[in-house]
Design a protein around this ligand. Sequence first.
Ligand SMILES: [Zn+2]
Length: 337
Amino acid sequence: MIEPVITAGNLKVFIDPGHGGSDSGAVFEGIQEKNLNLQVAQKLANALSQKGFQTKLSRENDSYISIDDRVRMANAFFEGTAPSNTFFISIHFNSNQANYCPITSQSIAFYKLSNQTSQDFSTTITNAMASSQIASNYATRSENQSQSSSFGVLYVNTDNKTLIEVEFLCNPSLKTQIQGPEWQEKAANAISEGILAFAQQKTTPASSSGFKTAYATVFDGSKNTAGNCNNSCVALPDSTALNRTVEVCNLDGSKCRKTTVGDTGPWCTQNNAYVFGNERPFAEINKNKNLNAIANNPSCPLRGLSNGAGIDLTQNIASALGITGDPDTDRVKWKFA
Ligand SMILES: [Zn+2]
């Protein structure tokens, strides 16, 4: 039994196992998507309960429920709770048209169109799935980039919402794996870690006072620096931030340092929308992707496989904040001083 890490007990996650009853969802060689969705959803509910979340499923068995009813059930469950403390996740397995399946392994999180919070939530969950190596590839997409133009369940009354295609079920090489309780448990645990990480990020107190959060790595500040680093500075991925003063802190704000921006990076050189705007870091949105391969990518020209980091720290700054610089787990918050 894992100790609950959230004690407030006021965080609600509505889990929607896609399809059900007469609606099988995708079918491949006798595997019906609706069954996999329910199995993973039940394991996710269990993992979240152990972390202290309140959970509810749209269906506990193989029954048909309309999209509108799923939305109504979730809204009723969220009633009386602050929207920031409510989370919605619809569980699916992916398939292409009949008789065609790409030879691929991929987890995809779809977010509500034009909803930045939904996008951030989806990104956090795919990052957590990538950390646990659930699939070979990961993507976060707007719902309008899917073949169906819109996902009705994403009309639910919370911004913390996503629809996950956990894997492709039509890939013969994955067929055995995705039906196994061990893999399903691993996937459910990873998704629960993502929800927890997002919940903790949302409750970071200083986020309201101009701080941005980002995954952090450690870099060598003794060379290759564009500014005056002297082994003690940070790098931010927009060259116009060079030589400015920043305050960088651990997430709970108990350890902070003021320092200068002594280099440009990680990954990007013109990621203005993150450094000076409200977007997540380009490298974080495109974590585990080869940035060279992304078309129309002026913010990160000619870079490699992103590890998701949005700030680099010299070793002394990382040590002062008590982090090692693991891009999968270490986050800091920072703002211009
Ligand atoms: Zn589906």
